[in-house]
Design a protein around this ligand. Structure first.
Ligand code: HEC
Length: 155
C-alpha cells in the first residue's frame, strides 16, 4: 500500500468515526405518539359520538366541568379509569405521557387551553394517579376481608 492511499483511508476513517460519535450524541427522536395520534387511534372510538356518555370531542358543554377539575387530576383519574371510562382507554401498552397528551389534545379542542404536559405536570399526574390507586387497593382489600369473613362463617 502506498502512502497516499493510506492517507486517503485515514481521512475516510476519521470522517466515519466523527459521524458515528455525532450520531451517538444526538438526542433520540421523540418516538412517543402525539395527543392527536392517540386520540385518533384509541379515544375517538368512544369520544367522537359519546359511547356510554363519554364526554364528546369538541363539545364544550361536556368538557367544561371536566376542564374545571384541572389537568393533573382529570388526566390521572381517566388514566386509572373512572366509572365507564376504561383504565388507559382500554389500551394497556399506551404510555402515561401519550395518554396525557391525548387528554390535553381533547381538552384543548373542547374549550380548554391545555398543552402537552411538561415534566412538572407529569409529576402531578403520577402523584394523583398513585393516590387514586391507593384508594382503590384499600377498597378492594376491604371487599376481600368481607368475603373472607363470610367464608369463615360458612365453615
Ligand atoms: C371504550 C370507550 C372509551 C374509550 C376507548 C376511551 N374512553 Fe374516555 N371515557 C369513556 C366514558 C364512557 C367516559 C365517561 C365516564 C363516566 O363519567 O362515567 C369517559 C371519560 C373520559 C374522561 C373524563 C374522566 C372523568 O374524570 O370524568 C377523560 C379525560 C377521558 N375519558 C379520556 C380518554 C382518553 C384520553 C382516551 C384514549 C386514550 C379515552 N378516554 C378512551 C369511554 C372511553
Amino acid at each position: 500500500m502506498n502512502t497516499s492511499l493510506l492517507a486517503c483511508l485515514s481521512i475516510v476513517l476519521t470522517g466515519l468515526l466523527a459521524q458515528a460519535s455525532h450520531a451517538a450524541e444526538a438526542a433520540p427522536p421523540d418516538t412517543l405518539k402525539s395527543g392527536k395520534q392517540v386520540y385518533n387511534e384509541v379515544c375517538m372510538a368512544c369520544h367522537d359520538t359519546g359511547v356510554a356518555h363519554a364526554p364528546r370531542f369538541r363539545n364544550k358543554a361536556d368538557w367544561a366541568p371536566l376542564i374545571e377539575e384541572g389537568q393533573g387530576i382529570l388526566t390521572a383519574h381517566a388514566w386509572v379509569g373512572v366509572r365507564a371510562m376504561p383504565a388507559k382507554g382500554g389500551k394497556p401498552e399506551l404510555r402515561l405521557v401519550e395518554f396525557s397528551r391525548a387528554v390535553a389534545y381533547m381538552a384543548s379542542q373542547s374549550g380548554g387551553d391545555w398543552e402537552d404536559p411538561d415534566a412538572g405536570m407529569m409529576k402531578k399526574i403520577r402523584h394523583e394517579a398513585e393516590e387514586r390507586l391507593e384508594k382503590a387497593i384499600k377498597e378492594a382489600q376491604a371487599m376481600k376481608q368481607e368475603l373472607h369473613r363470610l367464608n369463615e362463617e360458612d365453615d
